[in-house]
Design a protein around this ligand. Structure first.
Ligand SMILES: [Zn+2]
Length: 91
């Protein structure tokens, strides 16, 4: 029952910073407007406001679809510490 819930990048950026601060690796995800595949960015922990290009489809063929939208999903990979609880509240 996992639904893809993409959200505006303005909402995601503080979240991305939070994940990075906790030592996680975050990849931007989007839906390619050309072929409709879900794409995960190659480069972690950054958001590129100039748009995202889908270079290669899952079957290995080139796509080259450019996404210029502002709605993204996140793939968060925890490294070490749990993302829930723990390191909280240094005010
Ligand atoms: Zn594509």
């Amino acid at each position: 029952m996992t639904r893809i819930l993409d959200r505006p990048i303005a909402e995601l950026l503080p979240e991305i910073d939070g994940f990075i601060a906790r030592g996680a690796t975050v990849y931007i995800k989007w839906t390619c407007p050309k072929c409709g595949e879900r794409v995960i960015a190659d480069e972690p922990n950054v958001y590129n406001a100039l748009g995202y290009r889908h270079t290669e489809r899952q079957d290995g063929t080139p796509c080259d679809g450019l996404y210029l939208g502002t709605v993204f999903g996140l793939a968060v990979i925890a490294s070490g510490a749990s993302l829930d609880g723990g390191q909280r509240g240094h005010s």
